[in-house]
Design a protein around this ligand. Sequence first.
Ligand code: HSE
Length: 441
Amino acid sequence: MSLPSSPRVVQIGLAGLGNVGAGVYKNLDRNRALITQRTGADIQVKKIAVRDISRPRDIDVPAERLTTDWRDLIADPDIQVIVELIGGTTQAHELVCAALRAKKIVVTGNKALLAERGQELFALAEECGVPIYFEAAVAGGIPIIQVLQEGLVSNHIVSIHGIINGTCNYILTRMSQAGLSYQDALQEAQDKGFAEADPTLDISGWDAAHKAIILASLSYGFWIPQNLVHVEGVQKVTLTDFAFAKRLGYTIKLLSVIRADADGQVEVRTQPTLVPLSHVLASVSGSFNAVLVNGDTVGETLFYGRGAGQDPTSSSVISDLCEAAAVLIYGPRHSGFVPHGLYGKSKPIEDTVSRYYLRLTVDDRPGVVAQVAQVLGARTIGISSMIQPEDDLEAPSATTSLVLMLHDAPLGAVLQAIQEIAALPCIKEPPAWMRVETLLS
Ligand code: HSE
């Protein structure tokens, strides 16, 4: 197969000219010669839909290319590819459906839209015979979608462990390394522009969960229902937890875990998790992302890079544009998501098994440890280690911390035990608990 003798012009419409949209415009132009040499396509931005035409911008865009109505992009017969970068799930859904119906290839970085409505959108893409590409939806500049769809196509995915929210990773890194409070670390992350427009999506864990749903759906060939994923945010993590975790040889990361068990049941969860300090994921700092994929043929593979930001994210969008151009020049391959019937069930989160960290604030008096151990023992949850800090002789207190590391147990049993422990009169504050991932393959 050879490239076309003269570059084929591919006209695209950009919906959204925020941070990422501007990056796409800028970097398409900056590397135009290279992109054309490699793909045989000259990708040109014909129209751009923006909210406010008069808004000052860092990039120079001819005014005649701007419109305030994304429908102008759909209606333009020269435009063959629509890039959706407006975010949200209402207008974006309308736009993507309209583009597909108009037989235009869709490129989107909208993880919330795909996580919520992926099944429906890929069915429509199939029906309309045009693909949806979404490399920028997960882990910014890391080409993890292509890895799962192509590089590891022959593998059953055993597991994926991902640090896939840069804002949360930044917050947790600053708490751990600089001793910043959660609030101060969040403020810094927002000032640096990592956070979503609404940071609750980041800190609640849902931004990472949306990405995990996409990775899991690609890995296991069926669209994972949102209501069957388990999500916890980083608000629950305290500096006290970091101190105990460190003492035990761990740090805390917002970790997304995707795994299929021997019966093909798939678990998808995103939670603050204790990760061994000796594991490479513990060293993924600041706003960086990392995705550890374990395939049955390849073994462990690790992908690391910037999960947010104008240039890294636009690198992924442009890679999708090149794929779209290839489809237009050489013919289609698939709709962007290929379902298959080898898996098909989400594992109830209560049945997922893990080690746990449990921190209790208790009355400092005899018999308390026995009461806690009694509740855990009754549910056959074993204790693998325990810390009770020595009394501070200068400031004696009637309460103390009791930190327990629990052996593997189902989440359902652990939650019931924690509820029972919380109700003991010797417990003085709501228990703090987190999963522990040993990451032993
Ligand atoms: N707000 C996201 C993050 C970036 O912090 O990772 C885009 O997904």
